[in-house]
Design a protein around this ligand. Structure first.
Ligand code: GLU
Length: 281
């Protein structure tokens, strides 16, 4: 008799909704793909709520996201990890970057940076930080104050080409200092940037593969630098294509009619949605 013993998989994936609105079909498809990758690998799937944008995040959207994803049949492990409860941990990660001299304080406003940087990259959140604003590498680093009221940025290794093999999008490369610049790690409202919090959590959660939308590919290069700075191996990445509307625009939270709840209210079934996802993946 042959006994088949399941080999335990070391795959750990995560779903990371930002609770700044109701989930739409595009988010749902990304999360479904992430859940499918974890399921097919026989791995674990964790849930993280990216609620560090205090102005736009609302508990009602967190509840709605969990409810909508459960309605869709997705299953994840508990407890749910909530970024707003983990600021002390992120601060300890910032202290490591500071001790290694890899970051610098930046007094320039977002507007100064945007104006000096010229045209922003399409689809990107951060303009390239102007070299003229950057303090010399040997300038003494001020200590981190208890309550941080200045932006802190990561000094990128100018001219270094970073490359990773994306599981879905193929080989990706970007040049530090040209394709993206010194990026925010801590904000003057005393909260971590998305890049720092995301990497800190992907390390703490033991994530082996990050599945998310292709709009975050440029962020991945920044995150690779953070993993390296923290002495960690980066996870694998799988960036999926974004759903577009009939005009070719990326689906956004403004497409209210395509929110999962609106669709459910209109009588669209889970089977309808999943068959659409299966057809576009
Ligand atoms: N919370 C982010 C979003 O909803 C995803 C971040 C990530 O997967 O790294 O766009």
């Amino acid at each position: 008799m042959t006994v088949v013993v399941a080999t335990p998989s070391n795959y750990v994936g995560r779903l990371a909704p930002s609770p700044t609105g109701y989930l739409h079909l595009g988010h749902a498809r990304t999360f479904w793909l992430a859940a499918e990758r974890a399921r097919l690998a026989g791995g674990r799937l964790l849930m993280r709520i990216d609620d560090l944008d205090f102005d736009r995040s609302k508990p009602v959207f967190t509840e709605a996201a969990l409810e909508d994803l459960a309605w869709l049949g997705l299953k994840w492990e508990t407890p749910v990890i909530t970024q707003s409860e983990r600021v002390d941990y992120y601060r300890s990660v910032l202290a490591k970057l500071h001790a290694a001299g890899l970051i610098f304080p930046c007094e320039h406003s977002r507007r100064d940076v945007r104006e000096a940087a010229g045209a922003p990259h399409e689809d990107d959140d951060e303009p390239i930080y102007p070299r003229a604003f950057r303090p010399p590498a040997d300038a003494p680093l001020p200590p981190l104050s208890n309550v941080i009221t200045t932006n802190w940025r990561f000094r990128v290794p100018d001219g270094e080409t970073l490359t990773f093999a994306d599981g879905h999008a193929g080989v990706q490369s970007a040049v530090a200092g040209t394709d993206f610049g010194d990026f925010l790690v801590w904000r003057k409202d005393n909260l971590p940037s998305y890049q720092l919090a995301c990497v800190a959590d992907d390390i703490a959660m033991g994530i082996t593969e990050v599945v998310r939308g292709a709009d975050l590919i440029r962020s991945t290069f920044r995150q690779l630098l953070l993993f390296r700075a923290l002495g960690r191996t980066a996870p694998a990445f799988w960036h999926c294509d974004l759903l577009r509307d009939e005009q070719g625009r990326r689906l956004a939270k403004r497409h209210d009619s395509l929110s999962l709840r609106a669709m459910r209210d209109q009588g669209v079934t889970v089977a309808d949605i999943l068959s659409k996802f299966a057809a576009t993946s």
